[in-house]
Design a protein around this ligand. Structure first.
Ligand code: BDR
Ligand code: CA
Length: 304
């Protein structure tokens, strides 16, 4: 069992990642923290609680609400893709569970330090909570096993020509995270745009069970899809945790642009010229998309 903490901004693909992770027999989700990103943090927190309640797990996994704003840059949401609520397409009841009274940073600190074994962090939103945690409590670094983060790109961005949304939203936090000396796996657009959930996959889960119908309904409402399918970016982090063999990775040093026209760019030192050949991340560059689709169907099949 791998102990993990998910830091998310649900968000349709975050919601799908949470659904898979909290129902996975080999993943032990200790805590969910939320951050402003796809929508404001009150909504991302509410959406995390809706998913937990849908699966009857709200009393098992605490949710702590996190940063309302990026560290430096003004906040811009992605409601045009994820809808006003951040999780459109399915009529969830309003959650009755509340987030814990602690802030995300305090809850992360406590959960990481009390864990009997190093924990894996899975950020699927902007990295504001992680940046604050590392700056405020540097002692957590040696208690984190690895960070498997959705975000970044070696190629074109999806916010600007250079930047992917999560890193673009809070590049200053991303810089802190990439400079922390913790092993990082970057699951960026180079992977996620190759791993579309196909129309047959979505049709299959729609007729599978209650969870499949819900996931189908929110996924098909995603504003960013085409005839080939829909990218479920954040779900690829969970896939990587269980199937690293299906994702090609290359070690690079990743620097983050924190200003200028390329703000939010994840720059890979591909020639090893600036960091004496050292690397700070394993960067995903390819994925077995068919295996990802098969795995996703299998995950939904064992949900209630
Ligand atoms: C990332 O941006 C968000 O909109 C998605 O939830 C995902 O984490 C993809 O660029
Ligand atoms: Ca996300």
């Amino acid at each position: 069992m791998e102990r993990i903490i998910i830091d998310a901004d649900p968000g349709i693909d975050d919601a799908a990642a949470l659904a898979v992770a909290i129902n996975h027999p080999d993943l032990d989700v200790q805590l969910i923290t939320t951050v402003a990103g796809n929508v404001t943090v009150d909504k991302t927190t509410n959406n995390a609680l809706k998913i937990l309640e849908f699966f009857g797990k709200a009393d098992q996994i605490p949710v702590a609400a996190g940063a309302e704003q990026p560290l430096v840059k003004p906040f811009e949401d992605a409601a045009r893709i994820h809808g006003e609520s951040g999780m459109q397409g399915y009529d969830f009841p309003e959650p009755t569970t509340k987030p814990v009274p602690q802030s995300a940073v305090a809850a992360l600190h406590e959960s990481i330090m009390k864990s009997p074994e190093p924990i894996t962090l899975v950020p699927t939103g902007s990295y504001t909570n992680i940046g604050l945690l590392l700056a405020q409590y540097p002692e957590v670094k040696s208690h984190i096993n690895r960070i498997v983060a959705m975000g970044g790109t070696l190629g074109r961005g999806n916010m600007t020509s250079a930047a992917e949304f999560n890193v673009f939203t809070d590049p200053d936090a991303a810089k802190i995270m990439y400079q922390a000396g913790i092993p990082i796996v970057m699951i960026g657009l180079d992977v996620t745009m190759k791993a579309l959930l196909t129309p047959p996959t979505l049709e299959t889960i729609n007729h599978m069970n209650r969870a499949g119908r819900m996931l189908h309904d929110i996924i098909i409402s995603d504003g960013d899809q085409n005839a080939a399918g829909v990218a479920m970016h954040d779900v690829n982090t969970i896939f990587y945790l269980r199937h690293p063999e299906a994702v090609t990775t290359t070690p690079y040093w990743i620097d983050i642009q924190t200003n200028g026209p390329a703000i939010g760019e994840t720059v890979a030192d591909v020639r090893g010229a600036y960091h004496d050949g050292q690397t700070n991340a394993l960067v995903g560059t390819d994925i077995d998309a068919a295996a990802f689709n098969r795995w996703f169907i299998a995950q939904v099949e064992q949900m209630d």
